[in-house]
Design a protein around this ligand. Structure first.
Ligand code: GH3
Ligand code: MG
Length: 297
């Protein structure tokens, strides 16, 4: 957690109470607090209300206005006892108040409660972004992430690629082997995708029923096509029997690659529809193959 107070002695008091149970970071100004919240993502901020330059209200307001820090709970520490100060703090998004002089047992109890609530909401948030069947990210995650990555790629003039893939003749697979086997097949394909992606910044999501998408920051067209080929081969290596497929005796995938080159300003939607069009072409040309293209504007 992070303790913010312009008086070093106040920080020391809280540090002594909390440091045996928690990792405690310290800041003596609002600016320092904001920087530490952005870089270290503490699970809780204990924030002094009255500070020179930027006061606690302003720090709280800034934390809540930034998507990167808005989920960090803030508890105000204050010697003020009037209710309007407290009301204002809650209005700005604080979760609690602790009054000075500090009572160690009350501080420990409130901190424990809010850290537990933070852990629970973190867990719920992460579940909301996962696909229940395969355990990879879901469409909601992808939609948010692709927009953010496109913004970053444009700012930094880096490439951004998408690989979309769809299982071939999957309806026939379900009809022949049953829905349970179909689900199992999707789980195995998802696991293979996870293993095929090498870089820490890469993401896989289940885009629809039997359609998956890989989001590849800082990856150019050649790199994305190579990865698509690796995925194509890795899926056949699974050798999942598919007697009803017209292209192979086992499960195969078709892939569409879309790439935003370094110097091009694209949009998330144009990149998605490019990859989607390429996937459609791969299907049209017989399936179990890869088509790709780059954005040109
Ligand atoms: P194509 O090669 O053109 O992609 O043909 P296809 O049969 O794979 O495509 P189509 O869109 O006709 O059928 C997709 C099938 O995927 C139909 C649907 O029942 C199945 N499906 C979608 N989601 C799930 C799922 O979660 N589990 C299972 N078992 N099947 C699913
Ligand atoms: Mg399909």
């Amino acid at each position: 957690m992070l303790v913010v107070d312009d008086q070093a002695t106040n920080i020391q008091v809280l540090y002594q109470i909390l440091s045996s149970d928690y990792q405690v970071l310290m800041a003596t100004s609002g600016a320092q607090a904001l920087a530490l919240c952005a870089s270290k993502q503490p699970d809780l901020v204990l924030l002094d209300l009255v500070m020179p330059e930027m006061d606690g209200y302003q720090v709280c307001q800034r934390l809540k206005a930034d998507t990167a820090t808005r989920d960090i709970p803030v508890i105000f520490i204050t010697a003020q006892t009037d209710e309007s100060a407290e009301e204002k703090g809650f209005d700005l998004g604080a979760v609690d108040f602790i009054s000075k002089p500090i009572n160690p047992r009350i501080v420990r109890a409130r901190v424990k409660t809010h850290l537990m609530l933070k852990a629970q909401s973190d867990l719920l948030r992460s579940w909301a972004y996962l696909d229940g069947l395969t355990g990879v990210h879901n469409r909601r995650f992808f939609d948010e992430r692709v927009a953010a990555e496109m913004g970053r790629a444009i700012r930094n003039q880096t490439a951004l690629s998408l690989v979309m893939l769809d299982v071939d003749f999957f309806k026939r697979f379900n009809d022949h082997y049953g829905h349970q086997a179909g689900d199992d097949c999707l789980r195995r394909v998802a696991k293979t995708l996870k293993n095929s992606l090498m870089r820490a910044g890469d993401h896989i999501a289940r885009y629809g029923g039997e359609e998956f998408v890989c989001l590849l920051p800082d990856t150019n067209f050649t790199g994305a096509m190579q990865l698509a080929e690796t995925i194509r081969r890795d899926v056949i290596s699974l050798q999942i029997e598919h007697a009803q497929s017209s292209v192979a005796p086992f499960v195969t995938v078709s892939l569409g690659v879309g790439c935003k080159p370094e110097k091009i300003h694209g949009s998330a939607n144009s990149l998605i529809s490019l990859a989607d069009t390429q996937l459609y072409k791969a299907k049209e040309h017989g399936r179990h193959r890869i088509f790709g293209a780059e954005l040109t504007e």
